[in-house]
Design a protein around this ligand. Structure first.
Ligand SMILES: [Zn+2]
Length: 310
């Protein structure tokens, strides 16, 4: 089980991350944290309520105000946006000191998630440069991994990331690690997709009425003979759902599951031998709006496969 922990908000970094670090240390479980480097504009996500019925339903089902706190829900709207990683650099460093991986989860999470296809190459490049600059300011060394906010990426973002020579990225939802095919070119950077549904996608399902039902759902989803990548959120599993998430970690340990960092997964894989797949736009039950997903495997005839120069 590779645990990918997304940190989308100031509140999540300040309160959720230290709790998750303590719990995972206690349980002896490794994990990778992906922190949004720029301003906490999560309140702007409320604007989606007026545009997107699915999002309104999700806000209602998951009770966003009690889950995220009013300060977060209003952040970047009537209250100023607080810087996330740069506002709490000691918390970010502490995660790495405790032995966890820290990667980049974009700069402005809301801007990336809502507007990636409007930003253009200059806009996406600016988001990436700002995010990686903040990481470097905190750690005095370049980041080696990236996870796209909201699992949204496109050809421009994937090409820009490929030129950065990262160890891997985790931008999509999918089945197994792969190499991305863009315009007939195979990118060099490994993609490790999230393979399991997220908690906010399954909460509120009529057939999963309580924490016990959700726990057994996840245990059923877990594949003992494959890599499982589970994305959790510091704002959710690190706060109101910490108890349920701790129960899941313990139940997985009892079943013999081991926990690995995503960079450890990447180090073990022979990237040139991995399948080449397209990256497609898809929709998931319980999630409003599109996400990027692992598409079908791309088969290239001998002699026509072009590797991106790196
Ligand atoms: Zn996120």
């Amino acid at each position: 089980m590779a645990l990918k922990i997304d940190v989308d908000t100031y509140q999540g970094l300040k309160l959720g991350v230290p709790r998750l670090v303590r719990m995972l240390e206690r349980e002896g479980a490794a994990a990778s944290f992906f922190v949004s480097m720029g301003p906490d504009n999560s309140g702007k996500a409320i604007r989606r309520v007026f545009r997107n019925r699915g999002f309104a339903g999700k806000m209602f089902r998951t009770n966003a105000v009690s889950m995220y706190g009013l300060r977060t829900v209003l952040s970047g709207t009537i209250l100023p946006a607080r810087p996330i990683a740069l506002g709490l650099p000691e918390v970010v460093r502490e995660v790495a000191r405790a032995g966890f991986e820290v990667g980049v989860h974009g700069y402005d999470h809301v801007r990336w998630q809502d507007r990636i296809d409007d930003l253009g190459e200059a806009g996406i490049r600016a988001e990436l440069e700002d995010a990686f600059e903040v990481y470097k300011a905190i750690f005095h060394e370049p980041a080696k991994s990236f996870a796209a906010p909201g699992w949204r990426t496109n050809q421009i973002a994937l090409k820009l990331l490929d030129a950065m020579g990262l160890g891997y990225h985790s931008d999509t939802r999918g089945r197994f690690p792969f190499r991305c095919a863009i315009d007939g070119v195979t990118l060099a950077t490994l993609e490790i997709p999230t393979t399991l549904p997220t908690l906010d996608e399954v909460m509120g399902r009529a057939d999963l009425p309580d924490a016990a039902a959700i726990l057994s759902f996840y245990l059923d989803q877990f594949k003992a003979d494959a890599l499982n990548v589970h994305t959790i959120h510091a704002e959710t599993e690190g706060m109101s759902q910490l108890e349920s998430f701790t129960a899941l970690v313990r139940a997985l340990k009892e079943r013999g599951a081991g926990f690995v960092r995503l960079d450890q997964v990447a180090a073990r894989l022979k990237v040139p031998e991995l399948p080449i797949c397209s990256v497609i736009c898809d929709y998931l039950p319980g999630r409003a709006g599109w996400i990027s997903a692992q598409g079908a495997e791309v088969l290239t005839p001998c002699g026509s496969g072009r590797e991106s120069p790196r």
